[in-house]
Design a protein around this ligand. Sequence first.
Ligand SMILES: Nc1nc2c(ncn2[C@@H]2O[C@H](COP(=O)(O)OP(=O)(O)OP(=O)(O)O)[C@@H](O)[C@H]2O)c(=O)[nH]1
Ligand SMILES: [Mg+2]
Length: 242
Amino acid sequence: MRRTIAGSNVVLEIIDARFPEQTRNKRIENIARRNKKKVIVVFNKVDLIGTENARKAAQEMDLKKETVFVSCTEKTGTAKLRKAIFEASRGKSVKVSVVGYPNTGKSSVINLLKGRKTMRTSSTAGFTKGEQYARVSEKILLIDTPGVIPLTEMDETSLALIGARSPGQLQEPELAAEKLVKLLQGRGKEEICGVKIKGLDTEKAMEEIALRKGKLKKGGLPDVKAASKMLLLDWQKGKKNL
Ligand SMILES: Nc1nc2c(ncn2[C@@H]2O[C@H](COP(=O)(O)OP(=O)(O)OP(=O)(O)O)[C@@H](O)[C@H]2O)c(=O)[nH]1
Ligand SMILES: [Mg+2]
């Protein structure tokens, strides 16, 4: 990571607009600062929370950095992002490293800038393995990188909620799913998969969801583990109506 940043001229830090604080990587920003590289912070997935909410969150963050708001699925913010890269490079030929947490949409942002799908993307965290190059114009070379999580490890439940660890990689998906239900209850969501969750104990809620989704063990008992993985996957994929 250090070498990639040092070898590039501009750094695009991709963060998930739904969790800007949690998916911001201060270590990357520090490396960039020490190497005197300009950082552009890209709030991606704004389609999932709305650009205005993302802007508000950015103001509260005290970023003191160039920020751009994009959605790769709705293809918005591309012109502003191109302009920011152009200004950061002062029109010279540049290498731009695209860095950030797993699953924030680094490869998707490259495809957005490129205008077509050159990088493979996936809802599985840790999908991009090595560095990959994509030329988007005569002057701009983008470097896709594998997602990195800072060494000050977050617990797996938190990583699951921000999408940095896939459901299949979790030791206890049930804990993460319950935390997600709690989070959604706190945000005033009334039902999940047709199950009324308002005021419901989270463990009970997950059992009901398993039953509703037909996730059953032998003997007809709810398969909460399977239902938890399913719910987390939909959440990580950014499904709007859970
Ligand atoms: N709703 C929404 N989903 C997005 C957006 N950008 C990316 N995604 C989804 O987020 C997931 C991760 O996208 P990637 O581009 O593979 O993310 P990455 O940062 O390259 O991931 P790694 O290579 O695993 O670190 C995929 O399921 C994408 O479809 C966006 O703007 N909006
Ligand atoms: Mg990738």
